[in-house]
Design a protein around this ligand. Structure first.
Ligand SMILES: O=C(O)[C@@H](CO)OP(=O)(O)O
Length: 345
């Protein structure tokens, strides 16, 4: 692999801090600080806000640093990275969405929702196949739900990626978990892809339907009622979440956490669930609450979007004989694939 092909990009963090605070002046200088953290250059800028304490600022610096341990793909080497949404209009990044492969409860036709069920053998094969389909599309960060079926799918898919980086789950659940999962080799960090797990991307909570057989539920409550529970936008199943409720947490998470990364030129894979992804797709494609009722997602089929100029352009699914078309869509994707070709030569 051509090591020189890998470049890092600068991350700028704007922090509020009191300029009269002697500790901030002493430790961080006047208003900005540049340093390398986990192989990732970080530019910390202090904004003059006396209402925040130095300790508060320091906490933010540490949090900002520790949540970003990856390097940037060749495709990003020319990208200017910033957290300011008003800049960066020329950056293009990829977003891959994958619904998990078949789970053991999909196989049994049971309502699953928030129940944490693993993949079947077929689901494992679907995840590997999904990985083959996207193996030349850049991935800098991975987001999955907190559920094992989505995490298995992401991990299995990444075993097929030609970039050969190792996906590593970030453990932020406690200070100890964070400390104990640190990596101390710069080179190893460079060969890693951070995997962020978030409950907000979980499947909708199916309430009292969880564990029930879908066919038997139709017999008991009628086809129409069950269809309404499963596909309507705003009718929740008994004690469960409607798609609208699921969308409130999943789309909010996407906007707050994933979209800024795309805006900064990071290529993202999201492995999640039928309904959490339906709600995200509804947002990306500006679907109405009526249109989303017809949206069905197959297990293990990756969908590709290009993020550019603050817009999401659907590129379909990189499946089968039309795969070449995916790369024809953008020059950057073709260049990335070319770099991967050169790395193996
Ligand atoms: O059971 C579930 O959790 C979901 C996804 O499998 O089912 P549905 O197709 O009804 O949204």
């Amino acid at each position: 692999m051509a090591a020189g092909a890998l470049h890092r990009s600068m991350r700028t963090i704007h922090l509020h801090g009191g300029s009269n605070d002697s500790a901030s002046t002493k430790e961080f200088g006047n208003s900005s600080l540049k340093f390398i953290s986990k192989g990732f250059p970080v530019d910390v800028k202090f904004l003059n806000d006396k209402s925040r304490s130095f300790r508060h600022c320091k906490m933010h610096v540490i949090r900002a640093i520790s949540s970003h341990a990856s390097v940037v793909d060749p495709i990003l080497s020319t990208a200017h990275v910033t957290t300011n949404f008003n800049q960066n209009t020329s950056i293009e990044s990829s977003l891959i969405l994958i619904r998990h492969g078949e789970s053991m409860w999909n196989e049994k036709n049971l309502f699953t929702g928030s129940v944490d069920v693993p993949l079947t053998k077929r689901g494992i094969e679907e995840a590997i196949k999904a990985g083959e389909r996207i193996n030349s599309i850049p991935v800098n960060m991975i987001y999955t739900s907190a559920l094992i079926r989505a995490q298995m799918t992401a991990m299995l898919a990444m075993t097929q990626h030609r970039q050969k980086k190792i996906p590593i789950i970030m453990h932020d659940e406690s200070i100890q978990a964070k400390e104990w999962s640190q990596i101390f080799s710069e080179e190893t960090i460079q060969q890693s892809i951070p995997v962020i797990t978030a409950w907000q991307l979980n499947e909708r909570m199916y309430g009292k339907l969880q564990g029930l057989n879908k066919e038997e539920t139709v017999v008991k409550y009628g086809k129409e009622k069950v269809h309404e529970w499963r596909r309507s936008f705003d009718s929740p199943p008994p004690n469960g979440e409607s798609l609208e409720m699921c969308s409130q947490r999943a789309v909010a998470y996407f906007k707050e956490n994933i979209e800024p990364q795309l805006h900064n030129g990071r290529n993202i894979m999201v492995a999640a669930h039928g309904n959490s992804l339906r709600s995200i797709i509804m947002y990306l494609e500006k679907l109405t609450s009526q249109e989303v009722t017809n949206l069905e997602l197959s297990t293990g089929v990756p969908l590709l979007y290009i993020y550019k100029h603050g817009e999401f352009l659907k590129r379909g699914s990189p499946v089968g004989p039309k795969e070449y078309g995916v790369y024809a869509y953008t020059r950057n994707l073709a260049l990335y694939r070319q770099k991967l070709d050169e790395m193996v030569q």
